[in-house]
Design a protein around this ligand. Structure first.
Ligand SMILES: Cc1cc2nc3c(=O)[nH]c(=O)nc-3n(C[C@H](O)[C@H](O)[C@H](O)COP(=O)(O)OP(=O)(O)OC[C@H]3O[C@@H](n4cnc5c(N)ncnc54)[C@H](O)[C@@H]3O)c2cc1C
Length: 440
């Protein structure tokens, strides 16, 4: 079976790897000159099933209004002039009820837990290395209100049997010794099953393994459009948008894993993929004092900033800007990342020497990715919309979508993961229909 995977970020490359292992003849189309050079390049490095939490949560609408007035706010909104931005935000607000939050968190946790298991298996199978550690995530709180709100997450963690430990302020250094010097923390939640690692390094290594297994990578090559016949995709047209048509590639199946560019491509087929580019920033800081640095990930709940140890560096990532496909670096965001790093791990890294980066998270309004068959199309599949957790969910999503592409039954339930949950005005109620696998 010939499969074309569109997109060579962490999601596209994991999909290609699992497809090749399943016996498919795979070609990956990627517009950049190598793998993981867009959103998968410098994310916060968390592989965090325990922290798989939708942004759409009870209390967020009120918090968002307050954040508008704060200098170091985790969220900023700038009108991008599109109706889609307003529709997306409306749908996100509809998901801010406790009922929807629980449904969405269960779906995200289901994919993320499976993904962590797939990653572990992949590591055992291949020996892949990417500055990984398996020391968990420590969420830290600065107010009693945050501690109380964490109880909702704890209820879902219990239900999903995810291990956790609640910590008093004086117990935080048991997990992260350098936090002994931090001020203003009232407690924390430790998720020992979480991992950390460099997503770019992982994707590069995995692309090399996939190539060795027969996957063809076409870097520096853009997909222009999908070629269709009835409800069937026959292939892809290469070439830059607006330029003359380039080469045409034929395929039996096509998987769309273009991150934030997926929506535009699928719109041409009449599909409404609710994936908005949510801009984030990161700093990569060289470590100068080992004992003052984090050993794993610390998630600062107040600023929604994650501080992660990656080899000889600290990766600090966070913030969400809803401002369209804008990749300009805003120096005020750097100030926030530096402030949080200094507050938690003063003296650990060389902040002036840090590299500053931005990326666009492909995000759905309910936080759950869109995995599986595109409704109405018999050989087109989607693997995107992973938002804040694309690294965490990549291996599981790649394996699941590869299984569906190959007509196999996935290892986990697919209920509520497909694009069909957004059709027929079903935004606000769970879709209990099990997705049927495509058969060859
Ligand atoms: C600041 C920040 C911190 C984050 N921290 C974490 C974290 O700690 N843990 C976590 O799990 N996730 C994190 N994420 C999210 C994670 O990085 C993303 O969800 C993930 O990288 C998305 O991967 P992707 O493969 O879907 O998208 P991408 O990596 O963007 O891949 C899509 C690819 O498609 C290619 N493409 C687009 N259009 C075309 C075209 N027309 N033709 C050919 N190729 C095309 C692009 O070049 C790109 O390489 C973070 C994100 C940000 C921004």
């Amino acid at each position: 079976m010939k499969v074309i995977v569109l997109g060579g970020g962490v999601v596209g490359v994991t999909t290609a790897y699992y497809l090749a292992r399943g016996g498919a003849q795979v070609t990956v189309i990627e517009r950049q000159e190598g793998p993981a050079l867009e959103t998968s390049f410098a994310n916060a490095g968390q592989v965090s099933p325990g922290y798989s939490t939708p942004w759409a949560a009870p209390g967020i609408p009120v918090k968002a209004l307050k954040w508008m007035l704060q200098r170091h706010a985790p969220l900023a909104i700038r009108a991008d002039g599109s109706l889609f931005q307003l529709q997306w935000m409306t749908q996100m607000l509809k998901n801010c009820t406790s009922t929807r939050y629980a449904v969405n968190k269960e779906r995200m946790t289901r994919v993320a837990e499976y993904s962590r298991d797939c990653l572990r298996q992949l590591r055992a199978d291949t020996g892949i290395e990417y500055d990984q550690r398996t020391l968990g995530t420590l969420q830290v709180f600065r107010t009693a209100k945050q501690l109380a709100a964490a109880q909702n997450d704890i209820a879902v963690l219990r239900e999903c049997e995810v291990p956790f430990r609640e910590l008093r302020a004086d117990e935080l250094p048991d997990i992260e010794p350098a936090l002994a010097h931090a001020q203003g923390l009232v407690g924390g939640l430790h998720l020992p099953g979480d991992e950390t690692g460099d997503c770019h390094q992982f994707t590069k290594q995995l692309a090399a393994l996939a190539r060795a297994a027969g996957v063809e990578f076409r870097f520096g090559t853009a997909v222009q459009r999908l070629i269709t016949q009835g409800r069937h995709v026959t292939g892809v047209q290469l070439g830059q948008p607006g330029a003359a048509d380039g080469e045409t590639l034929e395929a039996d199946r096509v998987v769309v894993a273009l991150g934030c560019a997926s929506r535009q491509l699928l719109t041409t087929l009449g599909l409404n993929l609710p994936v908005y580019p949510v801009k984030g920033y990161s700093l990569t800081v060289p470590i100068v004092h080992e004992t003052l640095a984090p050993v794993s990930t610390v998630m600062d709940e107040t600023y929604k900033v994650a501080v992660t140890r990656l080899g000889e560096h600290i990766r600090v990532g966070g913030m969400a800007e809803l401002a369209g496909h804008d990749l300009r670096l805003n120096p005020r965001r750097r100030e926030t990342l530096e402030m949080v790093t200094h507050g938690l791990f003063a003296g650990a890294g060389d902040l002036p020497d840090a590299s500053f980066w931005t990326g666009l998270r492909p995000m759905t309004p309910d936080g759950t990715p869109v995995l599986g068959r595109a409704p109405g199309w018999d050989n087109l599949l989607v693997n995107t919309g992973h938002g804040t957790l694309g690294w965490t969910m990549a291996c599981g999503s790649g394996k699941l979508v590869a299984d569906l592409t190959l007509g196999r039954t996935p290892d986990i339930r697919t209920e509520g993961l497909g694009l069909d949950r957004y059709t027929n005005d079903s935004w606000s109620r769970p879709n209990d229909g099990r997705q049927s696998p495509i058969h060859a």
